[in-house]
Design a protein. Structure first.
Length: 357
């Protein structure tokens, strides 16, 4: 089960477009992508996810206005991870800034530029970016056209939600306009903006977008297990799936779902993976900032271990969240996680461990 190469996918679009996905000059083999996740898909995490075989991995959201002002944090977010296809997600509300930002990341080697029109965060929406643009499709189109112009030969993709709320499910309209403006692929999160991340993603609602355009459509939202892929693609009629929060604490998951994982990789030490990721964050950000960035990932790794081993680690978790000595963190991780392998903590594979516990 750890290498599902022949997942039972029944999908009209997949049957009509077998083989690799065409994305401009690019040919994409995988049908499972990693979503752009603010504060999560930084360079160290992207490298780790790629190490398992995931082909399409998007950067964190990069604010176009900050990037064109040469903001150090924005440039860091937009930086390549040094492995494979480099996809950068841009967000903004001004066409001129989006065009200039696209020019910058294209010149610096981006292979794909994505436009964020799906983020529901109040800070982003309050600045008339992200999913706020789904209330003004004319402005959304201006930003799309500017980004495509700035990107030049680099293919542009678009990530959106179903709409602002259930009374305005205008994702198909936006997708049609985007295709006409030169966007090569659209991703649809199966929630409206007013849902944020509550409730369930409405995969069947994504099918309206799949039927409205000829470019590839990617379905996003609530893909949490290997078995979900077939159901998601069948219901959404999409060409591919995108994993978001399901990757937290399990960087191997997109490769597992996509069938690109070497089974031997699932036998590696969970403690070794967690420690290696921790060290890579300290190296990338520097020790002080790295400690801060690492805490959320350490928490997710502990979540996975608690679920798999049916144990509670409240005191140990508190100690790790406060720790400022990297040597102590490494030692505690190895002590807590013991000899567990990735298979032991992967929900799709760890039933035997849960029964034994």
């Amino acid at each position: 089960m750890c290498c599902p190469d022949d997942l039972p996918i029944s999908n009209r679009r997949l049957a009509a477009h077998p083989g690799d996905l065409s994305l401009g000059r690019l040919s994409i083999r995988s049908r499972v992508f990693l979503a752009p996740l603010s504060g999560i898909t930084d360079v160290p995490f992207r490298r780790l996810v790629r190490s398992f075989g995931t082909e399409v991995v998007y950067s964190e959201m990069v604010a176009s206005g900050e990037l064109i002002r040469n903001d150090a944090d924005s440039r860091q977010r937009a930086g390549a991870d040094g492995l494979g296809l480099h996809a950068v997600q841009l967000a903004g509300r001004e066409a001129s800034a989006m065009r200039k930002a696209a020019e910058i990341v294209a010149a610096e080697g981006a292979d794909v530029i994505d436009i964020n029109m799906g983020c529901p965060a109040k800070k982003v929406v309050g600045g008339l970016s992200g999913s706020a643009l789904m209330r003004d499709l004319d402005q959304a189109l201006r930003l799309i056209e500017a980004t495509v112009a700035g990107a030049g030969s680099v293919p542009v993709t678009l990530k959106m939600r179903l709409g602002w709320d259930r009374s305005s499910l205008n994702a198909p309209d936006l997708a049609v306009r985007a295709e006409g403006a030169g966007v090569r692929l659209v991703t649809v999160h199966g929630r409206t903006r007013d849902q944020f991340y509550t409730g369930e993603a409405d995969w069947p609602a994504i099918a309206a977008v799949s039927r409205a355009v000829t470019i590839p459509v990617v379905a996003n939202g609530d893909l949490q297990s290997v078995a979900d892929l077939s159901s998601m693609l069948h219901a959404s009629e999409a060409d591919a799936a995108m994993i978001g929060r399901g990757v937290c604490g399990r960087p191997w998951f997109p490769a597992l779902v996509g069938g690109h994982l070497d089974c031997n990789q699932m036998q590696q030490s969970f403690a070794d993976l967690a420690v290696s990721h921790y060290d890579s964050m300290l190296e990338f950000y520097g020790e002080q900032a790295g400690l801060r960035h690492a805490r959320k990932h350490l928490g997710w790794y502990l979540d996975r271990w608690e679920a798999a081993a049916a144990s509670r680690l409240a005191s140990d978790r508190a100690e790790l969240m406060r720790a400022t000595d990297p040597a102590l963190v490494r030692a505690r991780l190895r002590s807590l996680l013991g000899a567990a392998t990735l298979s032991d903590v992967e929900p799709d594979l760890s039933a035997s461990l849960r029964q034994a516990a």
